[in-house]
Ligand binder design. Sequence first.
Ligand code: TPP
Ligand code: MG
Length: 301
Amino acid sequence: MVLPELDWVDKVRDQAHRVRQRAARVCAANNGGYFAQACGSAEILSTLYSQLMDLGASTGPLVPDHFRGVPRPGEPALIGDIYNGDRDRFYLSPAHYALGLYATLVEVGRLDSCVLDDVNADGSTMELIGAEHSPGFETTSGSLAQALSVAVGQALARKRFGRPGRIWALISDGEIEEGQTWEAFQAASNFGLDNLTVMLDANGLQVDGWVKDVMKIEPIPEKVRAFGWNVSEVDGHDPLAIAEAASSFVEGQPSLVVCRTNPINSVPSLEGRHQLHYIRFRTGEVEAIKNDLGVLEESHK
Ligand SMILES: Cc1ncc(C[n+]2csc(CCOP(=O)(O)OP(=O)(O)O)c2C)c(N)n1
Ligand SMILES: [Mg+2]
């Protein structure tokens, strides 16, 4: 893949900054949320959506319909992939990263900014933890480590049917602790799925604290390479490095880009905080974040 002019890098950086601001506004309004995930993955998602993925036009409404219940006779399934078009496919595996995805969809014009006010509202498809009906989601993946297996199956099907297009997945380092992830790595390599690129948000964090204090998962690149993958490791806040690594192609091998990220990137006021997985703001923290990221008052409406 030939990378075009570098001015896209600045655009992606600006976009990632606005994703953080949007996430901060939503979390401030709810006195908390999955803020660190949006901050850490902002450049990965922005680079994917603005530069890497070959998505078709969205056929989803800019303001999503209300959730009409689970699929049943007369009520077909509503799948959030309509926001990603019909060419490449994208799987967001850690579904609690939904806010970052919604904010990115706003930035690339696939959602109206007003819908961020509906995140986690009753009756909305904008679930706090995304499900298959949530904008941008292909499948429900709140039970961690499952979506990568679905992505592998999708990539295998495309190969078998000789269909073009790339399958992309974003996974988390907490998911590296799960056996299913390693089965998926093994199967993707076994089937030579060079049409699959997985971005790993290695933010060092999981639900009980820092990953290093819970489970030794490193060295991830060496381990996955030993499984027969084409592996790169980059600064996950550097759009150019992300794009170059994700463009590396080895015939017959699936690709993994290990993106080293800081879950409180651009938000130094959260430095030293013990609990980052789900942030419930303390007195004064919203003000401090406002200083870190710039004005947050602007309404989404
Ligand atoms: C199969 C499964 N086990 C446990 C959980 C509970 N859980 C929710 S989020 C999470 C943390 C996973 O780590 P990571 O995705 O890296 O989290 P973050 O970096 O966002 O803190 C866990 C264990 C789950 N959702 N699914
Ligand atoms: Mg993590």
